[in-house]
Design a protein. Structure first.
Lengths: 416, 486
């Protein structure tokens, strides 16, 4: 903790920024409350970082905090540096298929800017509250990951401030670029430990002509997984394929999101109807509505699933079995959101489940047989998250990178 | 190598004991091919070449080289066009040429794990039997290696749709400068911690030597159709590309060849039957399901018609498609008929400014009395102005380098980038300071500090040396006791 505590931080910030750009972070996801600065220009943000460096304060960069719980709480934090006043689209080039915006821009504004002409990836469940900088910092992905990949694949370039307040660019604004190191790939998913993002450029995809959803009920998640894999082997390439179930044993609903040119979609639907005669097909407004509901299911009840396991498609069925056993032993019955082709399982729990039980389950999952081929991502477990299953050499290299890029420890540590 | 002949002999003997005679090249005549990569105008002979067979041998050799403080130049097949595998001050080349095993082909999970020296096209051929493909397909794919592709984040015509190498790498085994082994295991979805994979891909051998690579495979498309349009002007071809992109069509590839290239192709064994009056060829490849490709083709043909082509050819069956691609695939080989040497530049421009920047490259070369043959990935805005020259003509070499520099400067000024797929290597070091600020380059040096504080790995490449030296004199090494945690 800095000498003088939060009061001294507030006083020093008050001499630097107008009152309307200062506030209090009330604390959440294990991060304690502390003073908050929300600069309106890159220069103001640089000034705050210079002050923090001189005073040896530890800074937590923050968008809207919707994904703050995706990483462990920082070991120490004296100041939250918010990007909320650094917002707005700076460039939308429809003919180039690129979009640049400041870090604090709400994702919904990016979606609205490109609507009709382009598809913006990732397709997030929380566009109204998520910000561009937060999505990048958390390394998020969305409903459309199967076709377009995670956000780190969409980023063409980032401008950011390092802990010494230097303004650094990585990448650029064109769709193909291998100039220099891909520092922006490192920044994506670094959870505020390396830099404060100012602005980023994303690549865009052509908006599909039409979207349709195909629903199919299966007897169990395991049957749903088998169905999904059969469709995949048959050459289906949907935008998304999702399996939802209230528990491990009950029925599961398989949903394919198809997106493309009208002619191709019509043919795909005809062939799917022949293959899955019991399936329900939604088109037009009904498809739009169902897709929105499916997207929202990535963040059920407004909270991201606290536990997500990722493996390989061929290992998904045995992993589900092992998961069911581990949950049963702890008396937990999570709802499942499975992406069978990406081989991820997100586990959601009813409100009121004690965090300790979730943490015990997380530990069990990290030790599951075959866990060498499964990665566990915890969200919202705070300090109870089990340590990362990361090879020692990778951990050491990550430490060297942190020390090299942030030698004064201006940004928070101990997160990803 | 320290300069002392006795020390050099000791080092060679130590490496011979580790790798055997097949793993160490020391005879001057056998060192010749390792003097440069495909950027032949820059060459320096290495003192030794090592050919380890696997990760273990590479790690053992790197430990010895670290002990002796020797500079190391990693090398795949040496097909790079930016001098990335060219030694700058002697040192030892570590080649992956003997690491050619496919370690695992997992059809169910659609990935392959290969040694770094596996040739790009061999991987695709192997997968084809299973209905899968490795998407990045550089023009040198008949020779270039997967490890080299990783080092350069290589692209190719089909990266317009599928993305460059970085989107396809799921895991790596890397030997670091001190001989330690870093395993970034795939193929799970997201990295645990920092995205070290994404950072490593494209680091041009300055962070370590990749010895094993896990790559994502994609299904072979059900239907592929190639449309080839011949135009009376290069402008018309560029405009047609802009039309296709603006219409929201997403072909698998969009390639342009200019007049000089067409002439060279027609006079070579790759002759594709292009008419003499054609000033530009535009190749568009479409892939997907049958109805999808049919609909895309219909729209593409309508857009092409707006630019008044001389002729449009179409093909779906593999042999006919191969014939339409023959001119493009053989373009670089055919250029050998025009001049003994070819300077293949590589820059990216915003796709909305394609026509303007292509015209500028033509003008820059014309003003310097240079012959320019342009072949480029038009869909990505990735220009490849190929300047014909004779390396024995010192004045011509000077004019070529000057033209190359001006073309890059124009592309950067237009909002483009220095390189789309060849990398920076030695060739574009000077222009790095046009594209990046001193702060950007300082950050690059900090990154390098974390991997290789002594700068023994591919020294003198990618980041201008003086930028790193200034940084190193100003701050302690990254492995100090900073105490910070990521």
């Amino acid at each position: 903790m800095s000498a003088g505590g939060p009061g001294r931080v507030r006083d020093a910030l008050a001499r630097l920024l107008p009152a309307e750009r200062l506030g209090e972070f009330s604390g959440r996801d294990g991060v304690p409350g502390c003073p908050l600065a929300a600069p309106a220009t890159p220069e103001e943000a640089a000034e705050v970082l210079r002050l923090a460096r001189a005073e040896r304060w530890v800074v937590l960069p923050l968008g809207n905090g919707t994904k703050l719980g995706w990483a462990r709480p920082p070991e120490r934090v004296e100041l939250v540096l918010s990007s909320k006043n650094l917002a707005g689209v700076t460039s939308y080039e429809p003919a180039d298929g690129t979009l640049s915006a400041r870090a604090g821009t709400p994702w919904a504004e990016l979606v609205a800017t490109t609507a009709g002409r382009h598809h913006l990836s990732p397709e997030l469940p929380d566009p109204a509250t998520a910000t561009l900088g937060g999505v990048l910092g958390a390394g998020a992905s969305g409903l459309d990951r199967l076709r377009h990949g995670p956000v780190r694949h969409q980023v063409l370039g980032i401008q950011a401030l390092h802990g010494d307040a230097s303004r650094v660019k990585s990448g650029g604004r064109v769709v193909k670029n291998v100039t220099g190191y891909d520092l922006h790939r490192l920044w994506c998913g670094s959870h505020g430990t390396l830099c404060f993002v100012l602005e980023a450029t994303l690549r865009l995809y052509a908006a599909p002509g039409e979207v349709a959803l195909v629903h199919l009920c299966t007897a169990s998640p395991a049957e749903g997984v088998a169905r999904a894999h059969a469709l995949w082997r048959g050459g289906r390439q949907p935008l998304a394929l999702v399996l939802d179930s209230a528990d491990f044993a009950g029925p599961a609903e398989l949903t394919l999101v198809l997106a493309g040119r009208a002619e191709a979609l019509a043919s795909e639907l005809a062939s799917l109807r022949a293959e899955l005669p019991a399936a329900e097909v939604l088109r037009g407004a009904a498809a739009v509505e169902a897709r929105a509901a499916l997207r929202a299911g990535e963040c059920p009840g407004g909270s991201f699933a606290p536990l997500v396991l990722a493996t390989r498609p061929s290992l998904l069925a045995p992993l589900l079995e092992a998961l069911a056993g581990a949950a049963r032993e702890l008396g937990l019955s999570p709802a499942l959101r499975i992406h069978p082709l990406l081989a991820t399982v997100a586990l959601s729990f009813p409100a009121g489940v004690e965090p300790e039980r979730l943490a015990r389950l997380a530990l069990r999952l990290a030790e599951l047989p075959g866990s060498r081929h499964a990665a566990l991502h915890c969200r919202g477990l705070g300090a109870r998250m089990p340590p990362l299953a990361q090879p020692e050499a990778a951990r050491e290299l990550s430490l060297r990178l942190k020390r090299s890029l942030d030698p004064d420890g201006v940004f928070v540590a101990g997160r990803p | 190598m320290g300069g002392a002949p006795t020390r050099a002999r000791d080092l060679q003997a130590e490496l011979l004991s580790l790798l055997g005679p097949a793993g160490v090249v020391a005879e001057p005549t056998r060192l010749l091919p390792y003097e440069s990569d495909a950027l032949a105008m820059l060459s320096v002979r290495p003192e030794l070449v090592l050919l380890p067979r696997d990760t273990r041998e590479t790690a053992a050799a790197m430990k010895v080289l670290a002990t002796h403080g020797v500079a190391v130049v990693p090398r795949g097949a040496g097909t790079g066009l930016a001098g990335g595998a060219t030694p700058v001050a002697g040192g030892v080349v570590v080649s992956t040429a003997r690491m050619r095993d496919v370690l695992e082909l997992n059809v169910a999970d659609r990935y392959a794990r290969v040694q770094a020296g596996v040739v790009n096209v061999d991987l695709s051929s192997l997968c084809a039997h299973e209905g899968l493909a490795y998407a990045p397909d550089p023009s040198s794919q008949m020779a270039c290696t997967i490890g080299g592709n990783v080092a350069n984040n290589s692209g190719g015509p089909h990266c317009f749709k599928h993305g460059a190498t970085t989107r396809h790498v799921l895991g790596l085994v890397i030997v670091l400068q001190d001989g330690s082994v870093l395993e970034l295991p795939g193929p799970e979805l997201d990295p645990a911690g920092y995205d070290l994979l994404g950072l490593f891909v494209g680091s041009e051998g300055t962070f370590g030597i990749a010895t094993e690579v896990t790559v994502r495979l994609v299904p072979v498309p059900q239907v592929v159709e190639v449309c080839l349009a011949l135009f009376r002007s290069l402008d018309a071809a560029c405009d047609a590309v802009s039309d296709v992109i603006a219409a929201g069509l997403e072909p698998a590839a969009l390639e342009i060849l200019d007049k000089l290239t067409i002439d060279a192709v027609e006079r070579s064994v790759f002759a594709a039957g292009y008419p003499r009056e054609a000033e530009a060829v535009l190749l568009i490849e479409l892939e997907g399901s049958e109805p999808d490709v049919s609909a895309q083709t219909r729209d593409v043909l309508a857009l092409l018609a707006r630019r008044d082509p001389l002729e449009v050819r179409q093909a779906r069956d593999p042999q006919a498609r191969k014939k339409l691609w023959a001119g493009r695939k053989g373009a670089f080989g055919a250029m050998g008929r025009v001049a003994p040497d070819l300077y293949v530049a590589d820059a990216v421009v915003p796709r909305t400014r394609l026509r303007e920047l292509v015209a500028r490259t033509v003008a820059i070369c014309r003003e310097r009395n240079l012959r320019l043959a342009t072949v480029f990935h038009a869909g990505d805005g990735n220009l490849h102005p190929n300047i014909c020259y004779d390396r024995r003509d010192a004045d011509e070499v000077r004019r070529v380098l000057e033209a190359g520099h001006l073309i890059l400067a124009e592309c950067i000024a237009a909002g483009g980038a220095l390189t789309g797929e060849h990398g920076v290597g030695l060739e574009k070091l000077a222009e790095m300071e046009l594209y990046f600020t001193p702060e950007d380059l300082t950050a690059a040096c900090h990154l390098r500090d974390a991997f290789d504080p002594e700068r023994r790995l591919n020294p003198g490449k990618l980041v201008p040396t003086h930028a790193c030296l200034e940084v190193r004199s100003a701050r302690p090494p990254a492995d100090g006791d900073g105490g910070a945690r990521p």
